[in-house]
Design a binder for this molecule. Sequence first.
Ligand SMILES: NC(=O)c1ccc[n+]([C@@H]2O[C@H](COP(=O)([O-])OP(=O)(O)OC[C@H]3O[C@@H](n4cnc5c(N)ncnc54)[C@H](OP(=O)(O)O)[C@@H]3O)[C@@H](O)[C@H]2O)c1
Length: 342
Amino acid sequence: MSYQAAENRYDNMQYRRCGQSGLLLPAISLGLWHNFGHDVAFKTQRAICHAAFDAGITHFDLANNYGPPPGSAEEVFGQILRDELKGYRDELIISSKAGYLMWPGPYGEMGSRKYLIASCDQSLKRMGLDYVDVFYSHRFDPDTPLEETMGALDHIVRSGKALYAGISSYNSECTRKAAAILKSLGTPCLIHQPSYNILNRWVERDGLKETLQELGIGSIAFTPLAQGMLTDKYLNGIPEGSRATQGKSLSPSFVSERAIQSIRALNDIAASRGQSLAQMAIAWVLRNEGITTALIGASKPEQVVQCARAVDNLEFTQSELDRIDAAASEEDINLWARSSES
Ligand SMILES: NC(=O)c1ccc[n+]([C@@H]2O[C@H](COP(=O)([O-])OP(=O)(O)OC[C@H]3O[C@@H](n4cnc5c(N)ncnc54)[C@H](OP(=O)(O)O)[C@@H]3O)[C@@H](O)[C@H]2O)c1
């Protein structure tokens, strides 16, 4: 199948500066954590990527372990790149990460120089790339000197295997230390990737938002839809085929009666703004000046198309924000809390 990107792909997306860097990112980015393994048809995966690029989503986020099996998301994306997107390489921002378990033994996870550099090489091979645009430390490693982990990121950038360095899920205190080390090495921290959505506001309690703004680091908020809970999908319980039925990261226990009440109230607020709940949830994350882009996932191309249109209404009145706060209390859904800690 030959693919020709939509000619008007840049007409309706917003591009926002990533911290104090020269890099602009689309307000909405696409992540390949779920739905890009061997458990989903290749043609669906390809259609999701095409829908994203056609909608002006230039940023694709991966990690060594995305699949299943681990590594397969990068292989699939590599194939899509080779077959259809290669001619567009200079229009794309491609990210990968290392931090979680990827191969057996003591060198297959966490934050050592040994692991990060080997993992970056493997990711490049799987995707058939000479370089990724952003390479991340995927989680904070309390047992490895931060100088070693940041030194590995600096090395990866200096050796041309990545253009920029990033960190994910680090709390405010660890972020300050990491950013200072990277700065001293001459490789600034481009971006931070935290979980953040209406039902998971740890970045507000932690002070991370203010820290990133002060340090001039951009941020990419992952799971802005709370893995699908902040959409119209779960308004009447858990539908067949949804992520909550797949035994993956969205435990059905998260979709509690209390959460459903919140989701219904939020859905009414979204309707009064002329948006779907997914669009409002994305807009809510992007209302923060310090959040550069919302990192969504999708199981169907139509979901991407709908989410991309969130940029049509990013403004909130104070009364809408108050109604959202009254409708939704924080839920215990932050699976990444332990990955942040020193
Ligand atoms: N750095 C880290 O540690 C970390 C951790 C987790 C994720 N991430 C990144 O963040 C990305 C996004 O994570 P996520 O997939 O959990 O994000 P999400 O955007 O919160 O949830 C995506 C899910 O929401 C549903 N959805 C999306 N658009 C929809 C729409 N318009 N209408 C109805 N349902 C819709 C789909 O659920 P169904 O599948 O049920 O249809 C989709 O799979 C990942 O791919 C990854 O790149 C990073």
